[in-house]
Design a protein around this ligand. Structure first.
Ligand code: OVV
Length: 418
């Protein structure tokens, strides 16, 4: 048992929790925990704001306060050692590190500035109408079909069309995007069987991604073109522009896809909550925030200590990984009233589904825009959702969502008899 563990995390000797740190024994990356992680997260919070995960020999924070404490101190808790369990200072990353995610200031500040400008609300407004038309058309088509897979036919189809178009990708080859994203997010967890199988199946997707990040393959008037224009202006290098396109393709699909899928699952499972949104679509954005709080898509990732420090009364050494479980913070009963209840009428408050601090999600405005547009288009056309079969979860080390949601979108029009 200890040998298997040591192999899995690439260490020769077992490390034990420092005295006074509560130990949790569940494997947060097992299918069993991932099927319903929230009771385990509760166990973790009840053990303490900082715990030791025995299986991976690492620290973890799961309370709202300890999560925000770690995320808002980027000097003490860095990202340049990678935001997965793999420590880039001692183990090789599976790909060249991201120049916006897996990096600290001052290098981070320069890439982040360019990236944020391109994804600013002002820049996104230009896309809104096209995004709305696409959502309306897609949903009308699904109502006519009478049954669909909410994941394949909407949650995946929509970002694969509108977001990939916005980045400037060619139409052909987009089937490589999801296997690649699955790998990126598995790599933020341990190098477990799921990680290995995903990497083994990846095949030509990596080459396709690297190819479409090149300027010649990106359409004009796109995020990709704007990143290369920033390179022409000398703000970043041309190589960095390509790597920032790679970031868009890594971070921008699985996340929004699972969020839209999670929204559909919540609305199908809690029809009275759907009725509230359908009858008052002005709360669509608030409803999406609640979906993100209740089923946080990007559920956890790591930071690494840059010096010996005290966290929640515990002395941590330098170069220690700390698992930051934002999905647990978003269910913390010390922070949220009725934390385990999905309520679209919940007063909007800062959830940490997009993280917080200098690495807080740079794409959160476009993510919210896509989800809000989909929810509003559904509200305009769909009376209710009928679940036609068992929802299937997709298991990934870092992102949480469904691989299948057999649904019927019952039309509002049909109910009125026209
Ligand atoms: C936030 C995020 C997720 C996945 C990948 C990246 C960023 C990246 O920069 O590649």
């Amino acid at each position: 048992m200890s040998q298997t563990n040591a192999e899995e995390i690439g260490r020769a000797h077992r490390r034990v929790a420092p005295p006074s740190v509560p130990v949790v024994t569940f494997d947060p990356y097992s299918d069993e925990v991932m099927s319903d992680p929230y009771p385990y997260y509760q166990e973790m919070r009840e053990a303490g704001p900082l715990v030791w995960i025995e299986k991976y020999e690492t620290y973890a924070v799961g309370s709202y306060n300890s999560v925000t404490r770690v995320l808002t101190d980027h000097d003490a808790f860095c990202s340049s050692a990678g935001v997965g369990l793999t420590n880039f200072h001692t183990e090789p990353p599976w790909r060249k590190p991201s120049i916006i995610l897996e990096v600290d200031p001052p290098n981070h500040s320069r890439t982040r500035k360019v990236f944020s400008r391109i994804l600013s609300p002002r820049s996104l407004n230009k896309l809104r109408e096209r995004f709305e038309q696409e959502a309306q058309a897609m949903i009308s088509g699904l109502i006519e079909k009478n049954s669909c897979d909410g994941v394949h036919d909407l949650a995946e189809a929509y970002p694969l069309k509108v977001f990939a178009d916005a980045v400037g990708l060619p139409s052909d080859g987009r089937e490589h995007l999801l296997p690649y994203g699955d790998m990126v997010f598995n790599a933020f967890g341990p190098q477990n069987e799921r990680f290995r199988q995903c990497l083994a199946k990846l095949g030509p997707s990596i080459e396709w991604i690297n190819e479409v990040c090149q300027r010649k393959n990106l359409r004009e008037d796109s995020f990709g073109a704007e990143l290369y224009a920033a390179a022409d202006a000398g703000e970043i290098t041309h190589e960095e522009a390509g790597l920032l396109v790679r970031t868009m393709l890594s971070a921008g699909l699985d996340t929004t896809i699972f969020t839209i899928g999670n929204a559909l699952a919540c609305f199908a499972r809690y029809p009275e909550q759907w009725a509230i949104v359908r009858d008052d679509p002005s709360i669509a954005r608030q409803a999406i925030e609640e979906v993100l709080r209740y089923e946080s898509t990007f559920h956890s990732f790591y930071r690494t200590t840059t010096r010996p420090l005290n966290l929640e009364g515990v002395e941590l050494d330098k170069n220690q990984k700390v698992l930051v479980v934002v999905a647990s913070a978003n269910r913390d009963t010390n922070h949220w009233a009725s934390a385990d209840t999905f309520s679209v009428e919940r007063k909007p408050a800062a959830n940490v589904a997009f993280g917080t601090g200098i690495h807080g999600c740079a794409g959160q405005m476009i993510a919210r825009m896509e989800a809000e547009i989909v929810v509003k288009a559904l509200a305009a056309q769909v009376e209710r959702f009928e679940m036609l079969g068992e929802p299937k979860l997709h298991f990934n080390n870092t992102v949480r969502g469904y691989s299948s949601l057999p649904l019927r979108f019952v039309s509002k029009a049909k109910k009125k008899g026209n």
